[in-house]
Design a protein around this ligand. Structure first.
Ligand code: CA
Ligand code: CA
Length: 230
């Protein structure tokens, strides 16, 4: 029951975004189309000429990356040609608990010939004509606006880490295309992983060590004097 509600919400959500016109990819997900997951790599290059659309214009991904910078997850998608903001849309699947068994069906699996091995806790949907992308929490379809920017062939999204539950790491995949159809995905099977910087462990510098030793020495001298008196 919960699953059917989640699927229904997902369908309603997908119908509400600009890629709603996209038809699911009918190509069978053969073993040949699958590759070893690109896990634990936060940036990958994607082949030129591996598009799967039918139209005259087919945005072709050449690289896909995601990394934590300060308190934000910065996601970049680069195409082989300059982006036409009037006809470039797409989706980024975010698996923030790194568990394919939890979350919603990844859109890469729906709209590309590849299997991402993700379970979406969040879905980023964008239309390059807008300076903001939409981030949806798949459990309850809560929407958040996320800044995006286009420069040449690259579109970049800055997702506040707190908007995706401040995860330690996140697995991602993307599928992009034109308004009528999806044309390319990355990676070609599997996902990339962005890891948050580990919290810096405070270390004692030399002065700190000297002060600590002096304090410890004074403390023990005081203790010994008190013992002598009693
Ligand atoms: Ca490509
Ligand atoms: Ca998941």
């Amino acid at each position: 029951m919960r699953n059917s509600i989640a699927v229904f919400l997902m369908v309603v959500f997908l119908a509400s975004i600009s890629e709603g016109a996209w038809a699911p990819n009918a190509m069978p997900k053969t073993q040949a189309a699958l590759k070893v997951p690109a896990a634990l790599k936060d940036a990958i290059t994607d082949p030129i000429g591996d598009t799967f659309g039918a139209g005259a214009v087919q945005p072709d991904i050449t690289s896909f990356s995601a990394s934590f910078t300060g308190s934000a997850l910065v996601i970049s998608i680069t195409l082989s040609n300059a982006i036409d903001p009037t006809n470039f849309v797409g989706l980024v699947d975010l698996d923030t608990d790194q568990n394919p068994a939890t979350g919603a069906t990844p859109t890469v699996d729906l709209y590309s010939p590849y299997t991402s091995q993700l379970g979406d806790e969040y879905l980023l949907s964008f239309d390059a004509a807008n300076a903001q992308a939409s981030l949806s929490r798949t459990s309850d379809a809560t929407m958040t606006a996320v800044p995006s920017s286009v420069s040449g062939g690259t579109i970049t999204f800055t997702v506040p880490a707190s908007d995706i539950g401040s995860p330690r790491a996140v697995n991602l995949a993307t599928v992009v295309g034109t308004q009528p159809e999806p044309t390319d995905a990355a990676p070609n099977g599997g996902f990339i992983t962005a890891s948050a910087q580990p919290q810096a462990v405070p270390t004692m510098n030399e002065w700190g060590m000297i002060i600590f030793m002096l304090a410890a020495g004074l403390g023990s001298a005081y203790y010994l004097r008190r013992r002598k008196r009693t």
